[in-house]
Design a protein around this ligand. Sequence first.
Ligand code: ZN
Length: 133
Amino acid sequence: MQNVEHIGIAVKSLDVSIPLYEALLNAPCYKTETVESEKVATAFFKTGPTKIELLESTDPNGVISKFIEQKGEGIHHIAFGVTDIEAEMKRLREAGFTLLNETPKQGADNKLVCFVHPKNTNGVLVELCMEKP
Ligand code: ZN
């Protein structure tokens, strides 16, 4: 795995949190994108080589809604950049990690992504992400 590509933060409202993070980071939100398949609206900020991804649920039954119900707003996942997501998924599977999706799926920001179950990673939801070719 490579650098921490981004940190995903679950928020109730992008309308509230975008200006908050712009003030915090002193950097503009450079992109918003809705990922229908994941039922999330996202907003991205650049902080050096790492990005911050805010996630708001677009569906009351979506994973981000459920996460906020259970844990409140806050850090949702840490995403590591990878150059070959299939190879990395195979390596992790063989090492005994549970992957939450069998094949890479479409993520925000032109990425293919895969999530590793937090039960294997001390409670941290880990995302692998690869820039789409
Ligand atoms: Zn992410």
